[in-house]
Ligand binder design. Structure first.
Ligand SMILES: [Fe+2]
Ligand SMILES: [Fe+2]
Length: 229
């Protein structure tokens, strides 16, 4: 259906019977149609996955995208936000890392590529905002959540790999906090960013860690973190 088709069904401020809820006002219908239009414009998760795989050959980076997606979508469910939109954003947040491995380039030079592929502005803005050097401030719940889940999801994955069974089921809040103090472990993970981003999100750090660990446990098999447990 064309995004505008519904508007033709409006009669005198009310909706024509048979098309939609007859009690819906014109304003309500416009809002509903605008929302539907946004959904139509948004790329599908499968398209996002295909874009990620086109530019990202590393299995580890693909798994990182899935891990961040897992945590971000879990938050979308908790907050009553759009899980589909949040999923697409998380999947694509590092899509250009292999072609733009230098920080000033990632994700800034990747953004026009996403625009060409039809990725909407809200998603592209959120992706830019996960990099402090982009200068795009994190304002929306999606932007704050993506930032808060990015480093932590990577850190939980790294901890899982060094557990006896290489399993996320062996990870808990205490083990994450302990590894955060171990400076020699996973040096590339910015501990301060984990702390600051949870604060920015407005969630106590322990609660945030617990939430992400449990979200990743629920999808352990797909993330390759089920281990031998
Ligand atoms: Fe990134
Ligand atoms: Fe990332």
């Amino acid at each position: 259906m064309s995004p505008n088709a519904g508007f033709r069904a409006i009669r005198g401020g009310r909706v024509a019977p048979g098309f939609a809820d007859a009690d819906q006002t014109e304003t309500e219908l416009h809002a509903a149609m605008a929302h539907r239009y946004i959904i139509i414009c948004m790329i599908a998760r499968e398209q996002a996955w295909n874009i990620l795989c086109e530019f990202t050959k590393s299995e580890g980076l693909r798994k990182h995208a899935l891990a961040v997606e897992t945590c971000v979508v879990a938050y979308a469910g908790k907050l009553g936000e759009d899980q589909h939109a949040w999923s697409v954003t998380a999947l694509l947040h590092d899509f250009d890392w292999e072609i733009h491995p230098q920080l000033p380039d990632h994700p800034i030079k990747g953004e026009p590529i996403l625009a060409e592929r039809g990725v909407d502005e809200e998603t592209r803005r959120a992706i830019l905002s996960h990099a402090n050097h982009s200068g795009v401030p994190r304002v929306s719940p999606l932007e704050k959540t993506l930032y808060a889940c990015d480093e932590l999801a990577g850190f939980i994955t790294a901890i899982s790999y060094v557990k006896p069974h290489r399993s996320v089921f062996e990870v808990d809040v205490a083990s994450v906090k302990k590894k955060m103090k171990d400076k020699a472990f996973a040096r590339s993970v910015n501990r301060q960013e984990i702390v600051d981003s949870a604060q920015e999100l407005g969630v106590p750090l322990d609660e945030h860690i617990d939430f992400c660990v449990k979200a990743m446990q629920a999808r352990a098999e797909e993330l390759g973190l089920k281990g031998g447990v």
